[in-house]
Write a protein that binds this ligand. Structure first.
Ligand SMILES: Cc1ncc(COP(=O)(O)O)c(C=O)c1O
Length: 399
């Protein structure tokens, strides 16, 4: 078993991309897993959207459809989906996952399998489904040791059986970047005829994701992190399992023929085919859609293997150094390049480390026992060195 994104031999061909962003000099923003800085082109697209609505006579019926069609096409290309009609526009990951939960049939005695400690948007929907339908929520805990990706994947696979309705997972764990072997988990879900739902928020846009290989029934991504988009808009892929489903809302745009504004009150019984029925109401947001479109164009301009190689290249010295300081780190093969946790030794006061990091303008997140570091192509080795300085300094004092 292995994860396919790590290729330690690949040399980065990407150069630093900070010029595409407006990050202030002197700040070390290693926190894209919290939210991405917005690329300049995306900011411009947002301002353009605000200005269009300031004088709306220039907004025509076509404009309700054009950008979101392009967004679907770009996202489908990014994830290798067969058609843009497989992509829905969602306001949040929680919405995309609630859509899945709404469209699964549960019977008493069945079960739901989730990896422990996932982001709440991929947990609460399942807790609620378990409570409402009287099914068992199987939360799969990781092994105690820090190098846990392979064994955790095995445990998830072993938890799936013929009574499993849905397996909810993610390519990388949001707290520390532990990778899961989604192809292996997906194969097990298919063997058991369970739906396979992936929260791609902390991976898609930063590392390659191929729907054809992973074969999820649904893939849901908030847009404001690695997709480089604005807040309050995300994207979801729904496979054929959900073709006949019922959306959370009953918006006009979800119905067949909704592009003919003169006939909107010829009410339709049929939804649009594919995933379009799952779009959020007012999906044609004239500010957010152009921003998301520009963001996806930027993401697609990079080869995501190169993004991973770039992140590995600027962090490679960090790992030996932090291990010497007593931090636990996942193995190279089971750790994402763009998101990883440094598990501090018990003696370290993480709140004190946080204060010192803030003072040095190093932005990372504390999640559980891990310092979560999430670099991107606007970072360079000096950002990582600033982080290491603080850790050395602090752990040195603390030891
Ligand atoms: C893995 C993961 N999923 C989803 C989200 C965001 O969820 P939502 O869009 O429902 O707010 C986050 C935010 O940190 C996350 O880390």
């Amino acid at each position: 078993m292995s994860v396919s994104y790590y290729d330690g031999r690949r040399r980065t061909v990407l150069t630093n991309q900070k010029h595409l962003f407006s990050l202030p000099d002197g700040e070390h923003y290693l926190n894209c897993a919290y939210m991405s800085p917005t690329p300049k082109t995306v900011v411009e697209a947002g301002i353009g959207g605000i200005m269009r609505k300031a004088a709306p006579s220039g907004i025509h019926a076509d404009d309700f459809f054009r950008d979101n069609e392009t967004v679907r096409q770009l996202f489908a290309r990014l994830i290798g989906a067969s058609a843009p009609e497989r992509v829905a526009i969602v306001p949040a990951a929680s919405y995309g996952i609630a859509t899945v939960a709404r469209n699964l049939a549960f019977a008493r005695g069945q079960n739901i399998v989730v990896a422990d400690g996932q982001f709440p948007s991929n947990v609460y929907a399942w807790r609620e489904a378990a409570r409402r339908h009287g099914v068992d929520l199987r939360t799969v805990t990781p092994p105690e040791h820090v190098q846990r990706g392979e064994e955790w994947t095995t445990r998830v696979i072993e938890a799936v059986d013929s009574e499993t309705v849905v397996v909810a997972s993610a390519p990388v764990h949001w707290t520390d970047g532990t990778c899961f072997d989604l192809e292996a988990i997906g194969a097990r879900a298919r063997d058991c005829d369970a739906a396979f739902v992936v929260d791609g928020t902390q991976a898609v846009g930063a590392m390659p994701f191929d729907v054809a290989r992973v074969q999820p029934d649904a893939l849901v991504c908030a847009g404001y992190k690695w997709l480089l988009g604005p807040y309050s808009v995300g994207l979801a892929y729904y496979g054929p399992r959900f073709d006949g489903g019922i959306p959370l809302e009953e918006g006009w745009a979800a119905r067949r023929g909704s592009d003919d504004f003169r006939r909107l009150i010829d009410y339709q019984d049929d939804y649009h085919p594919g995933a379009l029925r799952y779009d959020v109401g007012e999906r044609s947001n004239f500010v957010l859609m152009p921003m998301l479109l520009a963001a996806l164009e930027q993401v697609l301009a990079w080869d995501l293997q190169d993004v991973q190689a770039y992140c590995h290249a600027i962090t490679t010295d960090l790992f030996d150094a932090v291990r010497d300081l007593g931090f636990g780190v996942e193995s190279d093969e089971w750790r994402a390049g763009h998101l990883f946790g440094l598990h501090a030794p018990a003696r370290v006061d993480l709140e004190a480390v946080k204060r010192q990091l803030q003072a040095r303008k190093v932005s990372v997140s504390l999640r559980g026992s891990a310092i979560r570091v999430s670099p991107h192509v606007y970072n360079d080795a000096s950002d990582v060195a600033a982080l290491l300085d603080v850790l050395r300094d602090h752990v040195g004092h603390d030891a």
